[in-house]
Design a protein around this ligand. Structure first.
Ligand code: G4P
Ligand code: NA
Ligand code: NA
Length: 194
């Protein structure tokens, strides 16, 4: 998605450890117009699939997920993060390890909001090692819900998340694919095609 790539080029900052800072439009300050366009693009990609629900994880997945739900007219559920292991009977839970932050979090979704009749689209802001998406996939499997696909705003194709989703034979659509960071600049997959 050219609009998103241009925005990353303009406002993204490449940090140590292969991290792209996008707090100007996605992770802290949020640009609603850009989110709207991203929602339209995800909806274009996944419309007609019979999706009944969008799942994401708090907090940065919520904005793109909501704007996609607006287009597809389906509810959006965000998994909540918990610090400790709390055994709650009315929640589906999964443990998500962050390689970036070196912490484990429980993510949880109420059983009220996910059922075996659901066809799910997972949306998130970043795909790095894929642990957040893996946690959501695990929760869908527990609920017996069908996963139609995963929509990601910014994918770092050189990290493990892509493989993890492909292994499960789940459709993955990423709006901006970063293949490398080179000399403090972002290299997109689309740069190589051009
Ligand atoms: P993973 O889910 O793909 O395994 O991601 P990882 O554990 O590596 O990353 C942990 C957090 O950092 C996640 O956000 C993820 O979205 C974010 N992240 C990963 N790579 C980048 C990057 O290059 N740039 C930015 N800005 N974020 C990145 P989170 O902890 O769930 O936080 P939240 O922002 O959703 O609240
Ligand atoms: Na996230
Ligand atoms: Na994040």
């Amino acid at each position: 998605m050219k609009l998103l790539e241009d925005r990353i080029k303009r406002d993204g900052k490449v940090l140590e450890g292969n991290v792209l800072k996008v707090d100007n439009f996605l992770n802290h300050q949020v640009d609603p117009d850009l989110m709207f366009e991203m929602g339209e693009e995800f909806a274009r990609l996944f419309r007609g699939e019979g999706i009944t629900k969008i799942l994401t994880v708090e907090s940065s997945g919520i904005a793109p997920a909501i704007l996609t739900g607006l287009q597809l007219h389906v509810p959006v559920v965000f998994a909540r993060k918990h610090k400790s292991l709390t055994l709650v009977n009315d929640m589906y839970t999964s443990t998500v390890y962050s390689y970036t932050k070196k912490v484990s979090n429980e993510i949880a979704i109420s059983k009220k909001f996910l059922a075996d009749t659901d066809k799910v689209l997972i949306i998130d802001d970043f795909l790095a090692n894929g642990q957040a998406v893996a946690g959501l996939i695990d929760i869908c499997e527990q609920a017996g819900a069908v996963i139609d696909g995963v929509g990601i705003a910014i994918e770092k194709t050189f990290q493990r998340g892509h493989e993890l989703i492909a292994e499960k034979q789940i459709r993955l659509e990423s709006l901006a694919k970063i293949t490398a960071f080179k000399d403090g600049k972002v290299v997109f997959e689309s740069d190589q095609e051009a």
